[in-house]
Design a protein around this ligand. Sequence first.
Ligand code: ADP
Length: 238
Amino acid sequence: MTTLIEFERVSRYFLEKQALVNIDCKINEGEFIFLTGHSGAGKSTFLKLIALQDKACEGAVKINNINLSDLSTSGANAYRRKIGFIHQSPRFIDDFTIAENVALPLRLRGFSYPEAQRKVRAALFKVGLLNRSQDYFHMLSGGERQRAEIARALVHSPMIILADEPTGNLDRKLSLEIMELLLEFNKIGTTVIIATHDEFLLQTYNYRIFDLIQGKLEYRIIERQNNLVKELVCEPLI
Ligand code: ADP
């Protein structure tokens, strides 16, 4: 197993507030990780450090053994383009269609129009929204909006997917749909880290759980009853 992401004694403070405290952890290439903890425990900060939207006050966040703080401006921008970030409450441009919104990350990355079109269609197909491509964001339901957000985060085939409470506003059936979609991308080798409060997801899927408790990291082990878990996973999505 190859380590992709490594935190070495990472701390992040906001004035006196300790958002992350002396974090040491390793995440392997292709892993699926749950990041959990109460509101304010440091989950978003953890994800932002990986996305290079924020920097550690102490310690090192390394990707493929490279300290993100050592990257040049262009190196940092190139790295950021390899990340797919899924927000709990996605924001889309109202005057653009779903397809135009999903195409934005590709336009920023300099893809030609035909290539971008092809990728947008593939991403929307993957999340089951191809037939909504000419609609506008306000026309979509909550679950469809989250799927559109996933299409936009994944359209450029990122190396790492970071999802900040992507199922926070959804019911159980839709949460499972979103999880299954993320798992599909994980199956083709994408490393996925999902911040979630949802005990049901933690119980249902057997992946490593990083538990943040007031900025400190603990690993959580769940004793699963195999039959029960199997039953829940097999619950029909429709
Ligand atoms: P979570 O995602 O688990 O809810 P956050 O990572 O958003 O937690 O926040 C962790 C702590 O850091 C909280 O106490 C929060 O108020 C504080 N914090 C996060 N971002 C900032 C910021 N930009 N300025 C000041 N405090 C912040």
